[in-house]
Design a protein around this ligand. Structure first.
Ligand SMILES: [Zn+2]
Length: 88
């Protein structure tokens, strides 16, 4: 469920991974309504042995992310300490 909710991998593919035998794992293909992650259907079938997994480093699961994305995300998540939530 966590893997599905992270939206880092094809939603259809994640469900398929849990519901089907490995030989039947699939992802969004032409002629299907693509999921929100894919948005565009794949033109080739899912490669055998491609396992969707939650990585320890969430950025590692997003190969499309650029260095700029990495920086902006780190900045957005930066916590400076208790002072930021204290009312002066
Ligand atoms: Zn998909």
């Amino acid at each position: 469920m966590q893997l599905y909710l992270t939206q880092h991998h094809c939603s259809r593919g994640v469900l398929s991974q849990f519901l089907n035998a490995e030989s039947d794992w699939r992802w969004c293909m032409a002629g299907e309504e693509p999921c929100q992650v894919c948005q565009e259907p794949h033109s080739s079938s899912r490669p055998a042995g491609l396992v969707f997994a939650a990585a320890a480093d969430p950025l590692a699961a997003r190969p499309a992310a650029t260095a700029a994305d990495h920086l902006s995300e780190e900045t957005a998540l930066q916590v400076t300490g208790p002072a930021e939530v204290l009312i002066r």
